[in-house]
Write a protein that binds this ligand. Sequence first.
Ligand code: TXA
Ligand code: MG
Length: 340
Amino acid sequence: MPEDEKVMALALDIIKKGGLVAIPTETVYGLAGNALDPLSSGKIYAAKGRPSDNPLIVHIADTGDLPVIAADIPKEAYALADAFWPGPLTMILHKTDAVPKETTGGLDTVAVRMPSDNIASEFIRICGPFIAAPSANASGRPSCTTAEHVYEDLKGKIELIIDGGPVGIGLESTIVDLTEDIPCLLRPGYIDPEKIKQVTGRLNIDPTVLGAASKDLRPKAPGMKYRHYAPKGDMVIVSGDRDKVISYINSKCEEAGRQGINTAVLCISEDKPFYKSSFICDIGSADDGDLIAHNLFSALREFDERGAKLIFSETFDIPGIGMAVMNRLLKAAGHKIINV
Ligand code: TXA
Ligand code: MG
C-alpha cells in the first residue's frame, strides 16, 4: 500500500474510534474529529484546553451533504458556496438535530466550511463526511501554519499529525453569519468583504471585528471574545506617519535595552533597515499582503522562542486581506494601540 494510503487508513481507524487527527488545510492546520460524535468533540476541547462554549466548525467535502447538518439554508448560502467553496469561507447556518450541541458549543447554529486543500478534502471524504476541526493550536496561542507548530502545542494529546508542509494562506477562514436577514461578517479572512458583497449584495460587519469587545459589545462568534494569538511578551501596535512610527519604536527599544529588556519589532521588509532592536522580524513587503498574512502567526510564535519581553508592531495598511491581518494583530496586542 502506498505511504499516503497507509496514513489515511490509520487516520480512518483513529477517527472511527472517536480519536483526533491534525490535518493541513489551505488556511491553518485543523484538529479533526467526528463532528457527529459528542465524545469526539469533547476530546477536541480537552486537547486544546478550549472553553466548551466556543463552537467548532464542521468541515464537509461535498455541498450535497449540507442539508444533513444545516436547516433553512438561504439562497445566499448556495450562492456563496458556488463562488467560494471549496475554499477559505465558513458559513453560520441553522443546525439540524444531526449535529450534537457539544459540537456547536450549545448553539442552535452550525459553522460549515469546505476546504480546498487536497489532503484535507481527501481526509474528509475518507474519514467524514462531517469533520469538526478548530485550528490545531493550544487555546490562546497563534494558529498553526506548520505541522511543527501543531507538535509544539499538542504533542502527547492527539493520536496523529498529518504533515502537509506549510499551509498556503496562513490565516483562518472568513466567517459569514447567514442566520439573520442581512449576512454579517464575524471574522475577516482571505475572502474580503468586497468579494462577499459582490455575491450577497449586502453585508454587515460585526463591530468587534476591528474594535475591542466589551461587556456591552460581544462578538457573535463566541471564539472572538477570548484572548487569542498573544505572544508571552507585551505587544503594542504603533500607528501614525512612517517616520514618526520608526523613531518612536526605536526610542522605546533603546530605553528598554538600557534596562536589559529584550525587545522585538514586527515590520514590513522596506522598514527593516531603519530599526534598532534585539530582534527585527520583517513579515513581507508592503506590496505583498498575502505574504504578510502568511507569515504573521509564525512571527508571533518566534517572539516567544526568542524571549521577547516588549514587542512593537507597525500597522499593516494593506488592501484586501489587511482587515484580517489587523483583526489578528489587534487581538494579539490586546487592542493596545499607540498613535504617534
Ligand atoms: O480556517 C479555519 O476556519 C480553520 C481551519 C482548521 O478550517 N478553523 C478554525 O476554527 O479557525 P476555530 O475553531 O479556531 O475558529 C472557529 C471560529 C470561532 O471563533 C468560533 O467561535 C466561531 O468560529 N464559530 C463556530 N461556530 C459558530 C457558530 N455557530 N456561531 C458563531 N460563531 C461560530
Ligand atoms: Mg482558532
